[in-house]
Ligand binder design. Structure first.
Ligand SMILES: *[C@@H]1O[C@H](CO)[C@@H](O)[C@H](O)[C@H]1NC(C)=O
Ligand SMILES: *[C@@H]1O[C@H](CO)[C@@H](O)[C@H](O)[C@H]1NC(C)=O
Ligand SMILES: *[C@@H]1O[C@H](CO)[C@@H](O)[C@H](O)[C@H]1NC(C)=O
Ligand SMILES: *[C@@H]1O[C@H](CO)[C@@H](O)[C@H](O)[C@H]1NC(C)=O
Ligand SMILES: *[C@@H]1O[C@H](CO)[C@@H](O)[C@H](O)[C@H]1NC(C)=O
Ligand SMILES: *[C@@H]1O[C@H](CO)[C@@H](O)[C@H](O)[C@H]1NC(C)=O
Ligand SMILES: *[C@@H]1O[C@H](CO)[C@@H](O)[C@H](O)[C@H]1NC(C)=O
Ligand SMILES: *[C@@H]1O[C@H](CO)[C@@H](O)[C@H](O)[C@H]1NC(C)=O
Ligand SMILES: *[C@@H]1O[C@H](CO)[C@@H](O)[C@H](O)[C@H]1NC(C)=O
Ligand SMILES: *[C@@H]1O[C@H](CO)[C@@H](O)[C@H](O)[C@H]1NC(C)=O
Ligand SMILES: *[C@@H]1O[C@H](CO)[C@@H](O)[C@H](O)[C@H]1NC(C)=O
Ligand SMILES: *[C@@H]1O[C@H](CO)[C@@H](O)[C@H](O)[C@H]1NC(C)=O
Length: 819
């Protein structure tokens, strides 16, 4: 239902769009399928476990399929999307031949490593739209695929003649491998020709985690008569044997092994229904029979496509005057936010519970920033289920995960960032079915109890954190173990995690805890060395002084070049290696802005708003930050805190579309489960979250108007613009009304979406004074200092003097306003 608007012309424009608007027309799943995007470009339902696609032998095949000149190795039904780490899943791939020469199965090529030679395809043969993927191999075999939640349905269409010119006698094989070739002892597979079914299971290693998982499958065939069937081991096959248990092998492992079915005719397409389960073969077969009872490819693919249309329908933008590439960037970005996490409710063998179970939080360090906050707007029910799953994981595993895939604990990159996810959901009123007392106990445990294995959950160095207020470089920690690096980024993230805990505490009226965690949320200041300068490797000084630095147990400073681990540093090791530096995948320069809760104090430390802005400009203008990795996201918008929201808009337009093309190679860096997609989606809507806070920073949308309907309240929030121009010269907000009343704050809260409010932004081609006064700045724990009364930003600031947090807490407008 349309809501009426006071402004006649936007209403008319929207009414015209309404008639023809199909968001799926703007989704291209192949975006990010090459150049390291690692996107899963195949068929899936929103949050579906079954994700069917052709797998290639690319060295960047984390998402299964790539369009980079690599060859197809098989067709498999489980994947993650956009991840780094080793390629995930891709278990039990199928492969097909039109026939085997001379009718001899041993003339067909079985092992993945050699059959890839038959996996050539033309790029132009690849088709992908939400819910359906297709490809034609150079051998002439067309393979189309679609999915339900647990089941993939493949349709193989064969040419009339096989490799030796004889009539088709198709062979379809399925093997016990995965993308990473991680199979462990013992894989088993059985083929039952009479039942037209192959079943089996194997143990595999999780791609970025500590542990392994067992997966079961059940594959059924529909179509031509079965001629014969059998198994293969290494390069040899036999129709005499129907069952195989195979070890991993001791070299060249895992040993190739699998089963096959051969058909008497290729005249009609052969449909292959393949289901998986983490519970049992029986459960996999049950999924198959229940979800796809009659092998109806059209019905399944229509249902999948409609499920996507439904999920994307809450977001509607005006298509007027904008280039199609912007619309495709936008809707494809939204589409990618709903690939992972995966809804594995009912598929968790580790504990029994009535709570939902989601997996493939891969990883929360990436997802907390904008992906999960985006879903909080467009799919709050899914987020409530994800949060319930996180809390239930805490109940049964003992800890909230920081990363989780394939039923195992993933590696923690920085802080206990599930705390941020819970706070974000809590503050935005995501309460459906969530037990917040348990949720609170979970985040407090992160802050108070050090796990033995903080590689994969919780936080390390808690004794030092409690006694010194920072994580020392070369910490002495005998209680728990993880990679003893990243002391700076861990300190900054732990501080923010504590702030997030304080916000939940506040809502739950746990006032003592609130104060305690507000206090420790200031620990970031303990690593600020006001004397430290920063020079380029050639010795040229950047001109800025005052940087976070490593600090020893004895409180003296260590040294890390603030530019190390930046986008421009080709040498440093900055991930989870034992010899990595003190910042994770990001420089001290960039982490220097990661104080999401206290920008005011940071601005003061950096010498006032003018200097803060110069520093932020230097970060971006010199490519020290890179929009292809998540820590950059918020830096695009932090100008808001210095009273210059116009510069955030300018910066967003400098990155979009320059770094985001709606093409296979168009993404900067890994999509990270849709994190990049969500950066696009939020930026182009013109409202960017500061995650863990009830705050969205306002810039003009990239469209003339945007409307988002809350699936919870059915109310529609609108952003309308006046003077929109598609050349993006008018990207500066002149003035704003919220529900018809003048609105000068540069941010709004989540009620905008749930209560269906309307922002009208008047745009112009020059920066204005809108959003520049202190009273209009987004909330910050400390007091804004060094801004002049009229809103002009003046240099100088507070000269590095920072007031006590307790004082701030008692007098701070934001806390008062907040609670
Ligand atoms: C993929 O397989 C093809 C065909 O065997 C081979 O030429 C190519 O080098 C392989 N690519 C990789 C990355 O291994
Ligand atoms: C297919 O596209 C990829 C990526 O653009 C390119 O590397 C490859 O060469 C293309 N293959 C053909 C046959 O054009
Ligand atoms: C694998 O199977 C063999 C043969 O049945 C058995 O001896 C061995 O214990 C099994 N290994 C595992 C890890 O189950
Ligand atoms: C082969 O495996 C099936 C299914 O696991 C089983 O029912 C059958 O008895 C096995 N046959 C042989 C010969 O082991
Ligand atoms: C997750 O799966 C369960 C069980 O199938 C279902 O009830 C629930 O609606 C699903 N949640 C989402 C967000 O799709
Ligand atoms: C916290 O206290 C406020 C004010 O007394 C009350 O309205 C609110 O319901 C309380 N919240 C909880 C979770 O107890
Ligand atoms: C040193 O490197 C920086 C950054 O690349 C550059 O801006 C500067 O001009 C260089 N200085 C000299 C003296 O080469
Ligand atoms: C503090 O510890 C560091 C690292 O062991 C050492 O280099 C430094 O000299 C110590 N400083 C003092 C004052 O003891
Ligand atoms: C930053 O990177 C972009 C894209 O690679 C390039 O066009 C620009 O010249 C770079 N700027 C600097 C200062 O190196
Ligand atoms: C929103 O609309 C749906 C579908 O029309 C309806 O089932 C639901 O009850 C509505 N919710 C509210 C809060 O009005
Ligand atoms: C909003 O800005 C426009 C353009 O600068 C101006 O014409 C208009 O009068 C302003 N409206 C208000 C209410 O300030
Ligand atoms: C803000 O600064 C600009 C440029 O220096 C100046 O023109 C303007 O008058 C100042 N505005 C106020 C309100 O002080």
């Amino acid at each position: 239902m349309m809501m009426t608007s006071l402004l006649l012309w936007p209403l008319l424009a929207l009414a015209a769009d309404e008639v023809t608007f199909d968001p799926l027309a703007y989704v291209d799943p192949l975006i990010g399928a090459s150049n390291g995007g690692n996107v899963f470009p195949g068929a899936s339902l929103p949050y579906g476990i079954a994700k069917a696609v052709a797998d290639t032998n690319s060295s960047s095949n984390q998402g299964g399929f790539t369009l980079d000149g690599s060859m197809v190795t098989g067709f498999s039904g489980m994947h993650d999307s956009g991840t780094g780490g080793s390629p995930s899943l891709g278990n039990f791939p199928l492969f097909a031949y039109t026939n085997c020469a001379n009718g001899d199965v041993n003339q067909c090529v079985f092992p993945k490593r050699s059959r890839v030679d038959f996996g050539g395809f033309a790029n132009t043969s690849v088709t992908s739209k939400p819910g359906v993927f297709g490809i034609t191999l150079d051998m002439g075999i067309r393979v189309e695929m679609t999915t339900t939640n647990h089941v993939s349905l493949f349709k193989f269409t064969f040419p009339a003649l096989g490799i030796d010119g004889q009539p088709a006698q198709p062979l379809i094989l399925q093997d016990l491998s995965d993308l990473s070739d991680s199979r462990q002892d013992n894989g088993t597979i059985s083929v039952d020709a009479a039942a037209r079914r192959i079943t089996g299971s194997a143990r595999f290693v999780a791609s970025f985690g500590a542990g392994s998982y067992v997966l079961y499958f059940c594959t059924d065939f529909s179509g031509a008569e079965i001629l014969d069937s059998g198994i293969f081991v290494n390069s040899r096959a036999s129709t005499e044997v129907q069952n195989l248990t195979i070890s991993r092998g001791i070299n060249g492992y895992p040993l190739p092994g699998g089963a096959f079915v051969r058909f008497s005719s290729g005249a009609e397409p052969i449909l292959v229904r393949s289901a998986t389960s983490y519970i049992s073969v029986a459960q996999a077969c049950r999924h198959a029979e229940e979800e796809i009872p009659d092998f109806d490819f059209e019905a399944v693919s229509d249902a999948a496509t409609n499920a996507w249309r439904q999920k994307l329908s809450p977001v509607k933008v005006s298509t007027e005057r904008v280039a199609g590439s912007f619309l495709t960037n936008f809707y494809s970005g939204i589409y990618r936010t709903m690939m992972n996490p995966q809804n594995m409710t009912g598929e968790n063998p580790l504990w029994s519970s009535d709570e939902p179970y989601f997996d493939s939080f891969y990883c929360i360090w990436d997802l907390f920033r904008s992906q999960l906050p985006f879903l909080t707007i467009v799919d709050p029910t899914a987020v409530s289920e994800m949060v319930r799953s996180l809390i239930d994981t805490y109940r049964h595993v003992g800890w909230l995960p920081d990363c989780r895939m394939s039923l195992t604990k993933g590696y923690t990159q920085g802080g206990s960032n599930a705390d941020n996810v819970l706070a974000d959901a809590y503050l935005k009123g995501i309460h459906q079915g969530i037990n917040w007392e348990d949720g609170y106990a979970a985040v407090v445990k992160d802050a108070e109890v050090e796990p033995y294995d903080w590689c994969c959950q919780g936080r390390g160095g808690l004794d030092s954190w409690k006694s010194f207020g920072y994580i020392p470089v070369q910490d002495f920690d005998y209680k728990g173990f993880g990679t003893f690096t990243r002391s700076i980024s861990r300190t900054l993230e732990y501080a923010y995690n504590d702030f997030c805990i304080s916000q939940i505490a506040s809502g739950l009226n746990k006032t003592i805890d609130r104060e305690k965690y507000i206090e420790s949320s200031g620990n970031w200041q303990n690593l600020y060395n006001s004397e430290q300068n920063s020079s380029w490797w050639n010795g040229t000084d950047t001109g800025f002084t005052g940087f976070f630095q490593p600090r020893y147990l004895n409180k003296t400073w260590g040294f890390q070049n603030p530019l190390n681990c930046s986008n421009l540093d080709p040498n440093s090791i900055c991930s989870l290696q034992s010899i990595a530096l003190e910042t994770f995948e990001s420089s001290i320069w960039e982490y220097g802005f990661f104080v999401p809760h206290d920008q005011a104090t940071l601005i003061t430390l950096y010498g006032g708003p003018q200097n803060f802005i110069s520093r932020l400009n230097y970060l971006h203008d010199n490519n020290i930050t890179y929009i292809g990795n998540e820590p950059s996201f918020l830096t695009v918008y932090q100008y808001h805190y210095a009273g210059r929201p116009a510069l955030s808009a300018l910066r967003a337009h400098s990155y979009i579309p320059a770094y985001f093309e709606p093409t296979p190679d168009g993404l900067p860096g890994n999509d990270d489960s849709g994190a990049m997609g969500s950066f696009l989606a939020f930026s182009m809507v013109g409202l960017f979250p500061n995650p863990g806070q009830n705050v969205y920073l306002i810039i003009p949308p990239f469209f003339k108007s945007v409307e988002i309907t809350s699936p919870l309240t059915n109310k529609t929030a609108r952003v309308n613009t006046i003077n929109f121009d598609a050349d993006y010269k008018n990207i500066y907000i002149q003035n704003v009304t919220l529900d018809g009343k003048p609105y000068t704050k540069s941010w709004i809260d989540h009620s905008f979406f749930t209560e269906g409010k309307e922002l009208v932004l008047t745009l112009g081609n020059e920066e204005s004074s809108w959003g520049t006064e202190v009273k209009d700045l987004p909330p910050s724990l400390g007091r804004y200092q060094g801004f002049d009364k009229k809103g002009n930003t003046t240099g100088g600031g507070g000269g590095g003097k920072v007031q006590m947090r307790r004082e701030v807490y008692e007098g701070n407008f934001w806390i008062k306003k907040w609670w």
